[in-house]
Design a protein. Structure first.
Length: 64
């Protein structure tokens, strides 16, 4: 991802998938095999993050 940002400095939109834990595709051993095969999955989009904010956050993670 950092290579794409370096070549094309555009805002990054963070995305997350919710509703997958306990489904057929997760590694939750307590669920039966086909119990949640067709569960509802939600795509959550966050606010766009500017290139400078991405670089600052990456630097803060490296410093820790």
């Amino acid at each position: 991802m950092s290579r794409i940002i370096e070549e094309t400095p555009v805002p990054v939109i963070p995305l997350a998938l919710q509703g997958l834990w306990g489904s057929f595709f997760s590694r939750d051993p307590s669920k039966t095999l086909f119990r949640r095969l067709w569960s509802r999955v939600v795509l959550v989009a966050g606010s766009p993050i500017a290139l400078q904010q991405m670089l600052q956050r990456r630097w803060m993670c490296v410093k820790r």
